[in-house]
Design a protein around this ligand. Structure first.
Ligand code: NAD
Length: 375
């Protein structure tokens, strides 16, 4: 087993993988720290009923590496990490489980900072916060930054403007149709922005009750969940699930641009090339959806909503740079983003070694939050 873990760590270039278990509370967790060249590793804790440990390990290795790339693309002083708790989020959660997990995280001394992810929520983060400061995305009343979704949607909106300019020569949403997949926290916030900017909005959701309720509130044209792929539109905005650009859908898509918040929109890397061949501009998800990460990151530097908004607006320039690289090198946008990130990591590796105590500045506010809260 240990050989297999080290082999996988070598393959993805991970720094550290930590296994935690406490039988008495049913905790089995893995933390993967991928790269701390730019700062402490930050990424959510996913709770999932993995079929076995191998599946959990694969997931945490893949997700933590993704966080390194997302933080680096957003220009943050953050490394990439992620954690998984093996268990059923509907049945296996308890105060004790998350508090025990929080104590384990404390032992990493800030090399890894956690947040919410699939299967965990703000209540779980509050239990973790009872035991350690190394958690972000907690409630505003506790010194946290609150719901990240409005920032994620702002970043997506900024990215759409870049794409509109690239494809149509102007950033205007007037006379443009946007098809939003998923009217959840990000999707509904994005629809508000799009409507205010004058776009025609179509939207789908598998939760029909939610779709109807949101439609009554925001006013858009509902589309069948399966039909959305082939619905003619200018921008397709995946704001639901990953893997939506796949062998089945890639040739159905009837859009000029793809820009949305969902993580891992491409099922496989080659789908980026297929989109390019079809003349569809793909705005890489991890550049576009970094607004939420930017927002929680600022809990580490002293939170300010204005700064979070300003930095999230910067996604506009990050994506512009990606498009420039893609054009200059004649490559797809996904490859261009990877090049941009790897270059930043390489350059900064010369000036910074792996996580060191001098990064205290990045972590100082994380401890102050508790002091402010207890005042
Ligand atoms: P959410 O759970 O609030 O909303 C997701 C919505 O998608 C739900 O209404 C769900 O019913 C719907 N859905 C699921 N499958 C669907 C399908 N096949 N077709 C249409 N609708 C479907 O989630 P969210 O916070 O709005 O996040 C949306 C996506 O963006 C997720 O992939 C998430 O990982 C990603 N993301 C979110 C944030 C954030 O700040 N919340 C940040 C980065 C990335």
């Amino acid at each position: 087993m240990s050989t297999a873990v080290l082999a996988q760590m070598r393959e993805y270039d991970h720094e550290e993988v930590v296994f935690f278990q406490d039988k008495s509370v049913g905790l089995r967790a893995i933390v993967a720290i991928h790269d701390t060249t730019l700062g402490p590793a930050l990424g959510g804790t996913r709770m999932w009923h993995y079929a076995n440990e191998d599946e959990a390990l694969k997931d945490v290795l893949r997700l933590s590496r993704g966080m390194t790339y997302k933080a680096a693309a957003a220009g943050l002083n953050l490394g990439g990490g992620k954690a998984v708790i093996i268990g059923d989020p509907k049945k296996d959660k308890s105060e004790l489980l998350f508090r025990t997990y929080g104590r384990f995280l404390n032992s990493l001394n800030g090399r890894y900072i956690t947040a919410e992810d699939v299967g965990t929520d703000v209540n779980d983060m509050e239990y973790i916060f009872m035991e350690t400061d190394y958690v972000v995305g907690i409630e505003k009343t506790q010194g946290g930054s609150g719901n990240p979704a409005p920032f994620t949607s702002l970043g997506v909106f900024q990215a759409m403007k870049v794409c509109l300019h690239e494809v149509f020569g102007e950033e205007s949403f007037k006379n443009k149709t946007v098809a939003v997949q998923g009217v959840g926290q990000v999707g509904s916030n994005l629809i508000r922005r799009l409507k205010a900017a004058g776009a025609k909005v179509l939207a789908s959701d598998i939760d029909i009750e939610k779709l109807t309720k949101t439609q009554a509130e925001l006013g858009f044209e509902p589309v069948d969940a399966k039909a959305i792929y082939k619905t003619p539109c200018d921008i397709f905005a995946p704001c639901a699930m990953g893997g939506v650009v796949n062998n089945e859908t890639v040739n159905l898509l009837h859009c000029k641009i793809i820009a949305g918040s969902a993580n891992n929109q491409l099922e496989r890397p080659e789908h980026a090339k297929m989109l390019k061949e079809r003349g569809i501009l793909y705005a890489p998800d991890y550049v576009v959806n970094a607004g939420g990460l930017i927002n929680v990151y600022l809990e580490l530097e002293g939170y300010s909503r204005e700064r979070a908004e300003r930095m999230t607006r910067g996604i506009y320039y990050n994506l512009k740079k990606v498009l420039e690289i893609a054009k200059e090198k004649g490559i797809c946008t996904e490859d261009a983003t990877n090049l941009m990130v790897e270059e930043r990591l390489k350059k900064l590796a010369h000036t910074q070694t792996t996580f060191q105590p001098q990064r205290k500045t990045v972590l100082s506010h994380i401890h102050n939050r508790r002091k402010q809260y207890s005042l």
